[in-house]
Design a protein. Structure first.
Length: 282
């Protein structure tokens, strides 16, 4: 569709008003309808609108000012609204549901269940479709991420090692289970941090900042906590890792590094047995 990006946001000019909406300038594709229900109040010919363009029930291009849950080229966690003899139809936030044919399903999709899918334009029919065969759409390039870089994650699936994730809507990665200190679920979106990019291109990710930056940040946070809690914390370097994470959302390793930093700076003392921290009065 030359000039118009099907399945994406487009900036288009209003060319005329009709009883059932507004027509937008679609370039080589001619005029594209924006139905009345989506026309912004006060909109008039000559105005420019940001709209999402997709195909209506009759496979004609149509515009909407709604933003779908995901666009062409993106991964998303979508719920099955209904199924028929051809496949499943996913709720992606528009009136017309998103089709996932049986050939694009890893297992038969069930109404009411949600799945990680990739949205793409089908080369044969030029329809917008979903595919649960996610691996096919992940980049095989080796990224140039630096250690500790903050990235966007979509939690993909649980494995024996931890959770597979999709990084920056492009790469596959893995968060090891010993790096997970909170409940996460397929479909969760969150920030992550690059751990290691292996020679084969595989990427290890953590859910907490890595290295010295995290240690410095948490040292300051722990000091603030002590000041706000009468100079005392009942957790120390001998405390349980789960208790530490529940309180501060960091690993025991990070917690111990912060204790060491504050201790070396003579800001805290440690209770006998390592089960508490006391702020030094100055």
């Amino acid at each position: 569709m030359k000039g118009i990006k099907l399945g994406e946001m487009n900036t288009m000019k209003v060319v005329k008003e009709v009883d059932f909406g507004m027509y937008l300038d679609g370039g080589d594709e001619g005029e594209i309808l924006l139905p009345t229900r989506y026309v912004p109040e006060g909109c008039k010919p000559g105005d420019t609108l940001d709209v999402f363009v997709y195909l209506d029930q009759d496979e004609r291009p149509v515009a909407t000012t709604l933003t779908p849950k995901a666009m062409v080229g993106e991964f998303a966690y979508l719920e099955v609204a209904w199924t028929n003899q051809f496949g499943a139809f996913l709720d992606w936030g528009l009136m017309k549901d998103l089709f996932c044919p049986f050939r694009e399903q890893k297992m038969k999709m069930v109404r009411g269940n949600s799945y990680i899918v990739h949205i793409h334009l089908d080369k044969e029919s030029y329809r917008i479709m979903a595919s649960a065969k996610v691996e096919r759409y992940l980049s095989e390039e080796t990224p140039d991420y630096r250690h500790g870089k903050e990235v966007d994650l979509l939690v993909w699936q649980k494995t024996d090692l931890g959770f597979k994730v999709i990084i920056d809507n492009k790469y596959g990665g893995l968060v090891y289970k010993d790096q997970i200190f909170k409940y996460i679920h397929t479909g969760d979106r969150m920030k992550g941090y690059i751990g290691t990019v292996r020679p084969d291109g595989k990427i290890d990710v953590t859910l907490q900042p890595t290295g010295k930056k995290l240690s410095r940040e948490f040292s300051d946070a722990l000091l603030d906590y002590l000041k706000e809690n009468n100079g005392y914390c009942n957790l120390g370097d001998k405390s349980n890792a789960e208790d530490i994470y529940d309180r501060f959302q960091v690993s025991k390793k990070t917690f111990k590094k912060a204790i060491g930093d504050l201790y070396k700076r003579h800001i805290i003392t440690l209770e006998e047995g390592g089960m508490g921290i006391v702020l030094v009065e100055k």
